[in-house]
Design a protein around this ligand. Structure first.
Ligand code: NAD
Length: 332
């Protein structure tokens, strides 16, 4: 099943100017599809889609998923929806639960309603490992979720519930993908809510000490964005009814602590600049709402979707560092 490609269909990627969305757009265009991107640039960037604007099979719709009229316009004539638009970041949701809810829950419901009305072939959406909340069991398996630890986690749980209800009530086909700490090119390294990998890479390249929240022994299942793109394609292509209207972990299946991550990054970055070896991390108080350990079982995705990670963490980091090194050098 691996390396099957979704071709010659019309696709809507919501949040297509964001990190994961713009990587999806690139692959879908390369494979000969027509791609519409809906985004309001709240966290996404124009430069992420700049290279697609001259493409004859690409169109951009500037709109907001909190407005159902925008959702209806964007979804017109579409076969598959890949719903990525949301406000990410656990700390953002702790600080401003209301806006996170409006975008992640109301916006999700609008997109689901618009997709049902348009009778799209399938609605594939981004869920998150945060739904596992306080469960201590490792690796995380799809059936065992605990109590959510943040408003962001609540929104992703609600998304999954809505998708289930819509598929049983209205027959719309859905697939939810629980992403585990995704990284790769075009992820924003700047700002208060930046994810750990791009933040560490850009700080190390500038010889600044990255901050590790907590003791650094907390673990994550860091997943390169190529694995996520692959899982999205497989979720669109699968046809067995028992593989639909359910959720899958999308991860590498490797457990890495933040201290280990820091050392791998220093090691890889020293190939570009040996003096990075002397940069040490700083430690700060743990952040509220963060899960202690996160590590996925990808067995269900392997069995039902034919998913297999294309890149392991080290291969993914090498590819990512190469991209950031050249991208950040161009800004200098
Ligand atoms: P991102 O912030 O780079 O992308 C999100 C995109 O959605 C942005 O382009 C943003 O402008 C757009 N957007 C936000 N609010 C919108 C609105 N109201 N209307 C229209 N567009 C809007 O984030 P990402 O990392 O690419 O995340 C994509 C999806 O994956 C999100 O649903 C996120 O919750 C989920 N996810 C990401 C990760 C990760 O590690 N990056 C992990 C788990 C789940």
């Amino acid at each position: 099943m691996q390396n099957k490609k979704l071709c010659n269909v019309r696709i809507l990627v919501t949040g297509g100017a964001g990190f994961i969305g713009s990587n999806l757009v690139e692959t879908f265009l390369q494979n000969g599809n027509e791609v519409v991107c809906l985004d309001n640039f709240s966290t996404g960037k124009k430069e992420n889609i700049k290279e697609f604007l001259s493409h004859k099979r690409f169109s951009f719709f500037h709109g907001d998923i909190r407005n159902i009229r925008d959702c209806r316009k964007a979804v017109a004539g579409v076969d598959y929806v890949f719903h990525q638009a949301a406000l990410g970041s656990v700390p953002r949701s702790v600080k401003d639960p209301h806006t996170t809810h409006e975008v992640n829950v109301n916006g999700f419901l609008n997109m689901l309603i618009a997709s049902k009305e348009e009778k799209v072939r399938r609605f594939i959406y981004a869920s998150s490992s945060s739904v596992y909340g306080d469960t201590e069991e490792l690796p995380k398996k799809e059936n065992f979720t605990g109590t959510p630890l943040s408003p962001y986690a609540v929104t992703k749980i609600v998304n999954e519930k809505y998708a289930t209800v819509f598929s049983s009530l209205y027959g719309i086909e859905t697939v939810g993908l629980r992403y585990f700490n995704v990284f790769g090119k075009k992820q924003n390294p700047e700002g208060e809510y930046a994810a750990v990998i791009p933040r560490f890479i850009s700080q190390l390249l500038a010889h600044r000490s990255p901050v590790i929240y907590g003791d650094g022994n907390q673990t994550r299942d860091f997943t390169h964005v190529d694995n996520v793109t692959e899982a999205n394609q497989l979720a669109a292509l699968v046809s067995a009814p028992e593989a639909l209207n359910t959720v899958y972990n999308v991860a590498c299946g490797e457990q890495t602590s933040l201290n280990e991550l820091f050392h791998i990054l220093v090691d890889l970055l020293c190939r570009y600049d040996e003096s990075i070896a002397s940069v040490k991390p700083q430690y700060a108080e743990p952040r509220q709402g963060d899960i202690r350990n996160s590590f996925a079982s990808v067995e269900k995705a392997e069995k039902k979707l034919g998913y297999k990670p294309l890149l392991n963490i080290r291969q993914g980091l090498e590819k990512t560092i190469d991209w950031y090194y050249h991208a950040l050098k161009m800004i200098d």
